[in-house]
Design a protein around this ligand. Structure first.
Ligand code: UD1
Ligand code: CA
Length: 454
């Protein structure tokens, strides 16, 4: 039977205390709604319907998916009312699966199993047992264990409140029947809303069979209504990501202390120390080691490269067998050739660093093309900005740069040249020559130091 999925995402999420629509708060680097859509897509439905309301424009921009059918719920009058915005576009004989945009950790396999249950019932629910009291709808069963209704927490008496089987928000039925039940739902309840969950009593009362799949993994059904649930869900996502990395052979010094906000591709024998943060798309080659407290953003790292602690690397391409940090700062459009070394307190921006070159201490290299096997001494600065424009520094292969040198760009240093320490280089330097640009040392013999008067 053909499947269509309706995702509810119209609510503001008042309990988040935020201007951002709730479903756009991020988990593992992407909006929680994107997780729900991804899960929905894995079920290969005929169509995915998205019901939005609060912050529709923001949600549309964030999702930007041409295959989604959008529905506007002008006023948020409840989950039942929200589903009704999409149903007119669903053929009666199709199956409808309803997902909530704020329940982002479900896995497709669970939903698949649940949908199979529809072969011998009219309405399928996904439920979970919770030990702690939660702000969730209670599943009420009769003496034979049949589901008869769902009671929202705010409408529950103490006995119902004590029930431990809860509604996850996921429900499936044939569209024709769901339309019929929803048509009869009223709003006579604590929140004066049209609850989707009232369909259960209507179905059961009308002699239809309602079944529930009890989800073993309660964590995966977590709904996010506030920042503390968001933080909890983030940790669950991170734990899952860490488990996937370890399955692939990555050594994590502590799987509880890693954050992957995007996608991380890894080779063999990668070792990652604690508190590493990976944002966007990152790729680590074989044998890469990432030091503690390092941040990598949209970066590629070649085989055997070691990045030492406290380094921050953004939109860079790092070659093989390089050594970076501790405390290296690599900014966008930096490319490091194989075997390059960048040490502590070195900042590199929009520069090509040739293979085997070393910039080991306290330097700024920006808008620079640096050749191979260049040695850059401590405290070297490329003065790339004249207050209005940026200029390039070009340094040939095998150049030796003495410590505390400034290159006032634009400037070109020929191959094999040597720059004396403490130089301010304002003119091009010919290949193979020595350039020294500092005042000459003077000596005054028998110099008498000033003395304090007694
Ligand atoms: C809902 C369920 C509850 C269940 C819980 C699971 C109802 C009435 N209650 O409660 O039984 O245990 O989820 O997490 O369904 N939404 C709209 N339009 C609306 C109202 C809500 O699109 O008018 C969307 C929200 O954006 C959200 C989802 O529906 O993504 C759930 O709404 P929410 O208000 O969070 O319901 P809960 O109180 O969590
Ligand atoms: Ca919710």
């Amino acid at each position: 039977m053909k499947l269509e999925i309706v995702i509810l995402a119209a609510g503001q999420g008042r309990r988040m205390h935020s201007d951002l629509p709730k479903v756009l708060h991020t988990l593992a680097g992407k909006p929680m709604l994107a997780h729900v859509i991804e899960c929905a897509r894995a079920l290969s439905p005929q169509k995915i319907h998205l019901v939005t309301g609060y912050g529709t424009e923001q949600v549309r921009t964030a999702v930007d998916d041409a295959h989604i059918c959008w529905h506007l719920q002008q006023h948020q009058q409840g989950t039942g009312h929200a589903v009704q915005q999409a149903l007119p576009e669903v053929a009666d004989e199709h199956l409808v699966l309803v997902l909530y945009g704020d329940v982002p950790l479900l896995e497709p396999q669970t939903l698949q199993t649940m949908l199979q249950g529809l072969s011998d019932c009219d309405l399928m629910l996904l439920t979970a047992n919770f030990e702690e009291t939660a702000d969730l709808g209670r599943i009420v069963r009769d003496s034979q264990g049949r589901v008869v209704r769902i009671v929202e927490r705010r409408d529950a008496d103490p006995a119902t409140l004590a029930l431990r089987e809860m509604n996850t928000g996921v429900l499936a039925a044939r569209a024709g029947q769901l339309k019929h039940w929803l048509g009869q739902v009223g709003n006579d309840n604590a929140q004066q809303e049209y609850y989707l969950t009232d369909c259960i009593a209507l179905a059961a009362g009308g002699g239809h069979t309602v079944k529930a799949l009890v989800c073993e993994d309660g964590e995966a059904t977590l709904g996010i209504n506030d920042k503390s649930q968001l933080a909890r869900a983030e940790r669950i996502c991170q734990r899952r990501a860490a488990a996937r990395l370890m399955e692939r052979g990555v050594t994590l010094m502590d799987p509880e202390r890693i954050d992957i906000r995007g996608e991380l591709q890894v080779g063999r024998d990668v070792v990652i120390d604690v508190n590493a943060v990976f944002e966007g798309q990152n790729r680590l080659g074989d044998g890469v080691r990432i030091g503690a407290n390092t941040v990598l953003i949209n970066t590629t790292v070649g085989d055997g490269t070691q990045i030492h602690a406290h380094s921050h690397i953004e939109e860079a391409q790092i070659g093989s067998a390089c050594r970076l940090g501790p405390f290296a700062r690599i900014r966008p459009q930096a490319r490091l050739g194989d075997g390059a070394q960048v040490g502590n307190f070195v900042e590199i921006k929009k520069s090509d660093i040739g293979a085997g070159s070393k910039i080991n201490h306290l330097s700024y290299i920006g808008d620079t093309q640096l050749g191979e096997q260049v040695n850059v001494g401590a405290g070297t600065i490329t003065c790339n900005y004249d207050g209005a424009r940026k200029h390039r520094t070009i340094i040939g292969d095998h150049v030796f740069v003495g410590s505390d040198t400034q290159f006032v760009a634009p400037v070109i240093i020929g191959k094999g040249a040597t720059i004396g320490a403490g130089s301010t280089i304002t003119k091009d330097v010919a290949a193979g020559s020595l350039a020294v640009a500092r005042s000459k040392q003077e000596a005054v013999e028998n110099w008498k130091r000033p003395e304090k008067k007694s």
